[in-house]
Write a protein that binds this ligand. Structure first.
Ligand code: UD1
Length: 343
């Protein structure tokens, strides 16, 4: 079984990817510093797989610690690099934390990969690199724009670092996946998103509101130029997104990939915030308490993906509807309530 190192493998998208890697016949090795997730995600992975996955508790910015992992885990075939911070507002308040962690971890990882001649990388990028796009849907050719936040800038800088490395003639081949909005949880409800404190993202806020943890959802603005005035996003089920990483690794290992490739990973469909709320209500039978509030500064009015490239070149496809994704998010919320570990 080919070993794939998964940094941030105990996190939201990372944990789902670890499960899909095992199911596709790979041997994932997790690296995580547990700064933004909990040990219970490892238990969830083990419950789904019926066995534990190796996890090294180290910080990915620590090159010496990374080196030790590469020495210990001989024969790593490729790396999937999730480890990063992702809270937009926090990045505005604490930019150095974001540059250090998100950019520093990539640089340290690439240096150690070169030393150990590990030359396949899947990088977690984001549709944030497109800023407010002039045309929809966005393709990989849509121009990248100045970032709206330090978080967004770290993704843009990391893409530039990887592009420079590819141009330099390095042996490292990279596939950067530009995620749209990942939502939902594993159908087993044993792993899912574990937001610390008040969630920034829409779907955990919805599920916590329906569960009575939050009083009401505020919809940020209903005066945008969209069908119902609320923002449009492309919500992709996290399990579908996780599978995109498996086909990206397959492509890198098959030797078909160019030095650097970018792929949008979404569904190709845009939905408004109100449509997302209605899909949640339909899927779960719960009535959501919400109100309309002012716009959130920095929000992109509308964005959704053209996924033709990922479909044709990676064989990527989505299998879940918005309702199914919402139902899985709700089942996960219920699992958290039942295990009484969330406050
Ligand atoms: C945001 C970032 C994106 C980042 C992602 C990571 C921006 C512009 N984008 O995505 O770069 O990769 O987080 O987590 O900051 N909404 C509400 N009420 C809420 C929460 C959200 O109405 O309480 C709305 C938002 O206005 C938005 C949609 O729901 O229209 C999705 O919001 P969210 O889940 O925070 O994701 P993005 O803002 O798309």
């Amino acid at each position: 079984m080919k070993k794939i190192l998964v940094t941030g493998g105990a996190g939201y998208i990372g944990s789902h990817t670890v499960v899909e890697l095992v199911e596709a016949g790979y041997e994932p090795i997790i690296i995580d510093n547990f700064s933004n997730t909990e040990e219970r995600s490892l238990q969830g992975i083990a419950d789904i797989l019926g066995r534990e996955v190796i996890c090294h508790r180290i910080d990915c910015t620590d090159a010496a610690a990374l080196r030790q992992v590469f020495e210990q885990e001989t024969g790593i075939a490729g790396v999937i690099h999730f480890a990063a911070y992702k809270a937009v507002g926090e990045s505005v308040a604490e930019p150095l934390k974001y540059y250090h962690n998100n950019v520093g971890s990539l640089v340290a990882l690439l240096q150690v990969m070169e030393e150990f001649k590990v030359d396949k990388l899947v990088f977690s990028s984001s549709c944030t690199v497109y800023g407010i796009p002039a045309e929809l849907p966005v393709t990989e050719q849509t121009p990248v724009q100045k970032a709206n936040s330090p978080y967004g800038n770290t993704k843009k800088i990391c893409e530039e670092i990887l592009t420079d490395l590819a141009t330099s003639g390095s042996d490292i081949h990279t596939i950067a996946l530009r995620y749209f909005n990942p939502i939902g949880a594993h159908p087993s409800a044993k792993i899912g998103e574990l937001p610390l404190g008040v969630p920034n993202n829409l779907v955990p806020f919805i599920t916590q509101t329906a569960a009575g943890i939050r009083q009401e959802l505020t919809i940020f603005g209903d005066d945008y130029d969209t069908q119902d005035g609320t923002c449009i996003r492309d919500y992709v089920h996290v399990v579908d997104l996780a599978k995109a990483h498996v086909v990206a690794i397959d492509r890198l290992l098959s030797g078909k990939a160019d030095n650097i490739e970018f792929f949008n990973v979404g569904t190709g469909t845009g939905n408004t915030v109100l449509e997302a709320v209605q899909a949640f209500e339909r899927a779960t039978g719960e009535k959501l308490n919400y109100k309309i509030g002012p716009r959130r500064p920095g929000d992109v009015p509308k964005i959704y993906a053209d996924v033709t490239k990922a479909t044709e070149e990676l064989g990527f496809k989505t299998t879940s509807t918005l309702e199914e994704a919402m139902k899985s998010a709700w089942d996960w919320q219920m699992h958290l309530q039942n295990t009484s570990e969330q406050v």
